[in-house]
Structures are given as C-alpha cells and as structure tokens.
Design a protein around this ligand. Structure first.
Ligand code: ADP
Ligand code: MG
Length: 245
C-alpha cells in the first residue's frame, strides 16, 4: 500500500480550475517533485493534502486511510508534516528552543511554555539539529542565522513532528543555487534513512532532476506527465508546455 494516494482531486476557485482530476501515489522514502509554471495548481494540491484546503471532489489517503476531511491538526498527528516559512519560526528564540517547541506541540503537551521549554526535550532537539548539521548553532537566536541555516532549522522543526509524509512547497525559495542543492541533498538523505515520503516543489530544474525519484508535471490544474526525471526531461509535451522549447 502506498504511503500517500491522491485520487481524482478537484478544486475550483470561482471560474478558475486550480486542480482537475489530480491523481498520484507516493511511496515511503520516495522524493516526488511536483513541478509546473506559476499558477499551475501546485500549492492548491499541497494544501488539499495538508488539509488547509478542502477539495471539491476526490480523496486523499494516507496509509490507506481516508483523510480527505480531516483537519490539518489531525493529519499532522497521523504523520503529515510540512515545512513552514521563516516567519513561523520564532525568531527571537534560540534554534534549540524552536525545535523544542515543535517537539512539545507534536506531543500536544499543554503545560505553560515559559521557563520549562528551556529544558524539555533538549537532548532530542539537539539530536535533530545534529541531523541537519545545525547542532553548533543550538543556542543562537534564529534571527542571527543566515537564510540557508534557517531553512535547515525549519527542516529540523518539521522532523520534530515525526512525519511519515513531508510536504515541502518551495522549500528553497530565496536560496542561492548551491544552497538549494545542499538542502535537497540533506532532505533526500534524511528521507531515505527514515523512510519518509517527500512531496516537494522547486523552480530550479537542475535541483528537481537531480533530487527527485519521480516527477509530476502540472499544467493548468492537470497532471500532463509523470515519470522518472530522465523521461520527464525528454517528454515533448513537457518541453513544449513548460521547459520552454
Ligand atoms: P502554484 O502554486 O502552482 O503557483 P496555485 O495552486 O497557487 O498555483 O494556484 C492555482 C490557481 O488557483 C491560480 O490561478 C490561482 O490564482 C488560483 N488560486 C489559488 N488559490 C486561490 C484562492 N484562495 N482564491 C482564488 N484563487 C486561487
Ligand atoms: Mg505555489
């Protein structure tokens, strides 16, 4: 059984069809890229899987379980994680505290967060920071980090929820090309070692073709091609519609 199965998803905003009959599966440990030009419907698909958006039709199944109408919080507890933007990390807190907060919220602990957050789950937070190469920055304020390092911390925060499926909508936006590749290298190695399925979007085609196990191409809300990176790169329809041939 696939980790994620998406069936016949449809979503319209007024006259705009943002997703039409979108269907695909994603396996454990797989890096699956969803690509397409701006406005193709990528974020709409992400949000229907994450639960931020209710589809007009179709189903989302995680481990065979229908989560189509589950809240984002419930999906999170069932293993759907996503990376969030910089603004959603608490910039004045330290790197370790941010990860500790994520560990606490992942376990739905309800105690006061002032004070005790400094000690709770610290070892586990340090281990996650070690995984993303940020252990040395544990006690620095997030606001003092370089942009690429904030992205690594965001990855550690997402991993704190122990996701089975990780949704990464433009995780490398704003990063330099070399940093992009490094972040996706890191993501791929963690995904493989923990059997996490990753669905990601990315504008840099070198990064897509270098890191995805499989690529889905979305155009005007529809999947027009799906396959291995090499096949997608050579697909005439994709080249014409999207890669600029
Ligand atoms: P992408 O992430 O591929 O750039 P989106 O999923 O954000 O594409 O958008 C797909 C289409 O749906 C676009 O035409 C966009 O303008 C429209 N759209 C997305 N979200 C909304 C919304 N909340 N309200 C109205 N239109 C939306
Ligand atoms: Mg988008």
């Amino acid at each position: 059984m696939s980790l994620l199965a998406v069936r016949n998803l449809g979503k319209s905003f007024g006259a705009v069809v943002a997703a039409r009959d979108v269907g695909f599966t994603l396996e454990r440990g797989e890096m699956l890229a969803l690509i397409g030009p701006n406005g193709a419907g990528k974020s709409t698909v992400f949000n229907m899987i994450g639960g931020q958006l209710r589809p007009d039709r179709g189903q989302v199944l995680l481990d065979g379980r229908d989560i189509t109408s589950a809240s984002p919080q419930r999906r999170f507890r069932q293993g759907v994680g996503r990376t969030f933007q910089v603004a959603q990390t608490f910039l004045s807190m330290t790197v370790a505290e941010n990860v500790q907060m994520a560990l606490i919220s992942g376990r739905r602990e309800t105690q006061e967060l002032s004070g005790p957050v400094r000690v709770r789950h610290r070892d586990e937070a340090l281990a996650l920071l070690g995984l993303v190469g940020m252990q040395d920055a544990a006690d620095r304020a997030c606001s003092a980090l370089a942009y690429g390092d904030v992205k690594r911390v965001e990855l550690a925060i997402a991993l704190a929820g122990q996701p089975k499926l990780l949704l990464m909508d433009e995780p490398t936006a704003g990063m330099a090309p070399r940093e992009r590749a490094a972040l996706m290298d890191l993501t791929a190695s963690i995904a493989a070692s923990r059997s996490i399925g990753v669905l990601f979007t990315e504008h840099d085609m070198d990064v897509v073709f270098g890191h995805a196990d499989r690529v889905l191409v979305l155009l005007r809300g529809e999947i027009i091609a799906a396959g291995a990176p090499d096949a997608i790169r050579q697909d005439a329809r994709v080249r014409q519609a999207y890669l600029g041939d």
